[in-house]
Design a protein around this ligand. Structure first.
Ligand code: SAM
Length: 155
């Protein structure tokens, strides 16, 4: 059992339900970079990013450098990331905050079959393939899966 699995075991709360995961995955994805934040445990992370939060960095892999062309023309970006330390088999969850058992698709919890998270961030600066942003809520080392301009006056 690795550290994450040990953490998962103790994570199950009253009312929660896990299901067996499918035997096969239906599609693959490419992690396109890595997100760096000040947070090293889930308990330390904010539940939701804030424009007043710390500046975090998004390191896009060199391969995708050309895809960053004109990104600097946008003030706000949607960041999609992979909650790599979340379990994927829980369908009913009991968040500590509410104590109420709820379906995973009615929550923004990282625990879901495909642990995809999104945040709209303020773009502070770009240096080469490194973006400096405010508004994230993920662990240091979280894999990046996509960047898109948020619809705003500059789109
Ligand atoms: C409630 S989720 C919201 C994520 C995103 N803003 C969204 O709405 O899709 C944020 C929480 O996920 C947890 N988390 C952050 N990074 C994670 C990671 N890489 N793996 C697993 N859980 C993570 C932390 O507990 C954090 O407070």
């Amino acid at each position: 059992m690795n550290d994450d699995q040990a953490e998962f075991e103790s994570d199950v709360r009253p009312g929660e339900l896990s299901v067996p995961l499918p035997a096969h995955v239906d599609a693959g994805l490419y992690f396109i970079g890595t997100i760096h934040t000040p947070w090293h445990s889930r308990g330390d992370c904010p539940k939701r990013g804030s424009p007043d939060g710390p500046i975090c960095t998004i390191e896009v892999d060199e391969r995708w450098r050309a895809a960053l062309t004109d990104v600097d023309g946008h003030r706000r970006l949607q960041v999609l990331y992979w909650m790599h330390r979340a379990r994927r088999d829980i369908v009913l969850q009991t968040p500590r905050r509410t104590g109420q058992t709820t379906g995973s698709f009615a929550l923004r919890s990282p625990v879901r079959p495909n642990p995809i998270a999104s945040s709209v961030v303020d773009l502070v600066a770009i240096e080469g393939t490194v973006l400096h942003v405010r508004g994230l809520d993920c662990l240091d080392g979280t894999p990046l899966i996509d960047l898109k301009p948020e619809r705003d006056a500059s789109c």
